[in-house]
Design a protein around this ligand. Structure first.
Ligand code: F6R
Length: 603
């Protein structure tokens, strides 16, 4: 996800910009750039890949003495990660950096092209600088031109703009994407998309509200909110960097649970268009040659794979099997070249998954990675990759990576159904509608979190947890149990609800906690009778369902959703928060649970 920094003052601008971007590195990016306006001249540098590359490009550039600087790390959304698509974007005399999405960029761009403007990138962001310069050329002042530009933009944005037309000011705008302005005791002005780059440089900040815009120079900040003039309100800046990176959440895992609504939007972006699924990344594959899918993964990624197998067969109408990578490696599998071999990995470095991928390649299969880390070993080795775009995941217990894997796999199942004409237009439309609804479903409600927090105190002991579900809710039960055991160190198992009576029900007594996933859209009556059987044996039951269920000891009511995947994501959030709150009550280090590592690069 993109990062923004800016600076007005006398110090070496390159230094603050590069160090600031370094602080934002954890958000993930694929290119970076800076622009500095000093003595009426703008110098701009952009580089693909790591910040080191930008550092190298700017090593002979110095900029002390009064001036303005802006810097950006880009996580590609519109347009591939290339130097031309990296920010800052320029017109004839101005430069901008932008985070977010300009929803109406296409229409604005078409109008500008019709007026003779030449675009250099494939990004949505570039329209901003050309719009601004168009208004200047029409005779408006920089301030009026900026105001007019912002009023035409629809979507989410944090924008910084510098122009030779005004050598003193940085122009800024913010809507639905964070932007902070800071002030030092020496009168310097700073901008950033999060607290971390500002710590140590300034002591007071303004957290801009949505629909804010304005301009700042070394003497004053002119701020408008909703077009009305507003006096800037500074508040003290926190000085704890890790706290700043956590945006006020207690743990990275908690922050990542809350981020899911946002990153889900990133995952879908550009892939769901005009009632069809567009996955250009698959152009590298010859899908006409495949008639079967095999997926290999470990841990949480394996649970995403299991979930997707239901989707591939039910809506993509293609045969799909799933294997744990460490098992697959040694079973001497029969691999037919009509199989599309998919590996799923958050890190892209998991040793067993990587080895399984090598085996498939050796057997001549077409391979596809579903991965969160671009340029990782798994991405480099696969024939094609669908990046999940979850941003960097810091908590060892995976949350947002899982959510984005499921979304990506769901889109892939639809894409395959669409390609082989196995899915009707009506069903595809309904599925797309449901897909687009998921970012809303993933928004965590305070009341829900508080309810789970209160409930969690009753689940700190007992001799074990069974998470049960059917269909896609069975892999979700596996994932819920994995989350809980990873960070609480309590014993938990996920089980297909229909299997309980074939053995595990022998364990049922009041100290057996059953977390029952009871969606209304899939096999409700079946799971209900499975849970009744457990209740009759006095198991303690926490039912999660939109439908009232009297036999439960505890009940979390979910909303009435029309699509099972909406219920899936809502219940996923509940199991994640339950694990988090139990673990916090037990005093565990949620982000770094004992014995676990974020990336498992050994067998
Ligand atoms: C669980 C978790 C692990 C990983 C597993 C695979 O919360 O994070 O189970 O899912 O180690 O890792 P990746 O997805 O990086 O291949």
């Amino acid at each position: 996800m993109c990062g923004i920094v800016g600076y007005i003052g006398n110090k070496e601008k390159k230094e603050f910009l590069l160090n600031g971007l370094k602080e934002l590195e954890y958000r993930g990016y694929d290119s970076a750039g800076i622009a500095v306006l000093k003595d009426g001249k703008i110098d701009s540098f952009r580089a693909l890949g790591k910040l080191e590359n930008l550092k190298e490009k700017t090593k002979n550039f110095f900029s002390d003495g009064f001036g303005l600087g802006i810097g950006h790390t880009r996580w590609a959304t519109h347009g591939k990660p290339t130097e031309a698509n990296a920010h800052p974007h320029s017109g004839d005399f101005s430069y901008i950096i932008h985070n977010g999405i300009i929803e109406n960029y296409k229409e604005l761009k078409d109008n500008l092209i019709a007026e003779g403007v030449h675009f250099l990138s494939q990004t949505d962001s570039e329209v901003i600088v050309h719009l601004f310069e168009k208004f200047i050329k029409e005779g408006f002042s920089s301030k009026e031109a900026f105001k007019k530009t912002i009023s035409l933009l629809k979507g989410a944005f944090a924008i910084l703009l510098i122009t030779k037309n005004d050598k003193e000011s940085i122009y800024f705008a913010k809507n639905a994407v964070p932007l902070i302005i800071g002030k030092s005791k020496d009168g310097e002005i700073f901008f950033s998309s999060s607290d971390a780059p500002l710590i140590g440089h300034c002591n007071e900040v303004i957290y801009l509200e949505d629909k804010s815009f304005g301009w700042a120079n070394k003497d004053r900040i002119k701020l408008f909110v909703n077009k009305d003039k507003k006096e800037p309100q500074f508040v003290p800046l926190t000085i704890d960097k890790t706290y700043a990176q956590k945006d006020g959440y207690r743990f990275f895992m908690e922050k990542e649970i809350y981020e899911q609504a946002n990153v889900a939007g990133e995952t879908l972006m550009g892939r769901v268009c005009d009632n069809e699924i567009v996955l250009d990344e698959l152009n590298e594959l010859d899908l006409d040659k495949i008639n079967e899918i095999k997926i290999c993964a470990c841990g949480t990624s394996y649970h995403a794979a299991l979930t997707s197998a239901y989707l591939f067969e039910r809506i993509g109408r293609i045969k799909c099997s799933v294997e744990i990578a460490s098992e697959f490696r040694y079973k001497e599998p029969l691999l037919d070249q009509k199989i599309l071999f998919i590996v799923i990995s958050q890190s892209g470095e998991t040793a067993d998954t990587l080895e399984a991928l090598k085996m498939a390649k050796k057997a001549g299969l077409q391979t596809l990675a579903i991965c969160n880390v671009d340029n990782s070993s798994i991405v480099r080795l696969s024939d094609a990759t669908l990046l999940t775009r979850a941003g960097i995941e810091k908590g060892v217990a995976s949350t947002k990576a899982f959510a984005t894997q499921i979304l990506t796999l769901w889109m892939l199942a639809l894409f395959i159904g669409q390609k082989f004409r196995k899915i009707s237009k009506e069903t595809l439309n309904l599925e797309i509608k449901a897909l687009l609804h998921i970012p809303t479903v993933l928004q965590v409600k305070n009341s829900l979190h508080e309810k789970i927090r209160r409930l969690s105190k009753r689940y700190l002991h007992g001799h074990g947890f069974f998470f049960i579900g059917r269909d896609i809710f069975y892999p979700l039960a596996l994932e819920g149990a994995l989350k809980l055991k990873e960070i609480s160190y309590l014993h938990a198992e996920g089980y297909p609800a229909g299997e309980m009576k074939h053995g595990p029900i022998a364990l049922a007594d009041s100290k057996l906690f059953t977390i029952a996933l009871m969606p209304k859209n899939i096999l409700y009556e079946k799971i209900k009778s499975n849970v009744e059987e457990l209740s009759a044996r006095d198991a303690t039951i926490l039912a999660i369902s939109p439908l009232e269920f009297d036999l439960a000891d505890d009940f979390i009511k979910t909303s009435m959703q029309d699509h099972p995947m909406s219920e899936f994501f809502e219940m996923m959030i509940i199991t994640q928060i339950l694990a988090l709150e139990i673990s916090i009550r037990l005093g565990n280090d949620v982000d770094m649970p004992r014995n676990l590592a974020k990336s498992v690069t050994v067998e």
